[in-house]
Design a protein around this ligand. Structure first.
Ligand code: SF4
Length: 192
């Protein structure tokens, strides 16, 4: 699986202190995408799901992780590898959020029915759809633009997300790879 970075604890991409994984590769090329450096697939960043999982459990105390978020890039462009990793994560995490630039109807056509059903059993929340710059209202929580939908596959997390969303958008600055990076849902570039 092509992975760019993994950061913990992140509080701006879902409720609680989360482990956030940025995948590499996205073919949607949305105008003003916040992570365009992750569009191109880079095979130097390839790691098997098992290796990745083993690295994470060595470095992070899983009991302290409140949830996992996959973003990118588009994690669903590596659907089979993502599914493998989700199988490994699922016993440890009851809240897994996945972002994708596909709409949910497009996403379910990228794989077969069995794999899609399993995917929806393993994750709690999917946030779907491309980023549409003119629909970035600088307010909608957890989403870059209002066309995107928060789709729950596990109703048990709904209250937590509702509370979190009521707090509005959040951005967190992190020192990473010798520079300060800003993690979260950002304002439209021309409105910054
Ligand atoms: S789908 Fe997401 S990562 Fe891909 S171009 Fe659009 S905003 Fe960027």
């Amino acid at each position: 699986m092509l992975i760019d970075r993994i950061l913990y604890p992140i509080v701006t991409l879902g409720p609680g202190k989360r482990l956030v994984i940025w995948t590499v590769g996205c073919s949607k090329h949305c105008y003003n995408c916040a992570n365009s450096e992750l569009w191109a697939a880079d095979n130097k960043k390839d790691i098997t799901s098992q290796e990745l999982f083993e690295k994470i459990i060595k470095l992070v105390d899983l009991k302290k992780v409140d949830g996992v978020t996959f973003t990118g890039g588009d994690p669903l462009e590596q659907f089979d590898e993502l599914l493998e990793l989700l199988e490994l994560f699922h016993p440890f995490f009851s809240d897994i959020l996945v972002y994708t630039g596909y709409t949910v109807d497009e996403a379910r056509k990228i794989t077969d029915d069995d794999k899609w059903r399993r995917f929806t059993e393993l994750i709690s929340v999917l946030i779907d759809g491309p980023y549409v710059d003119e629909l970035n209202d600088n307010m909608c929580g957890l989403r870059g633009s209002t066309n995107q939908n928060i789709i729950y596959f596990n109703d048990a997390v709904k209250d937590r997300y509702t509370d979190y969303l009521s707090e509005g958008r959040k951005v967190q600055n992190i020192y990473y790879s010798n520079k300060m990076i800003s993690v979260g849902i950002h304002r439209r570039k021309e409105d910054k």
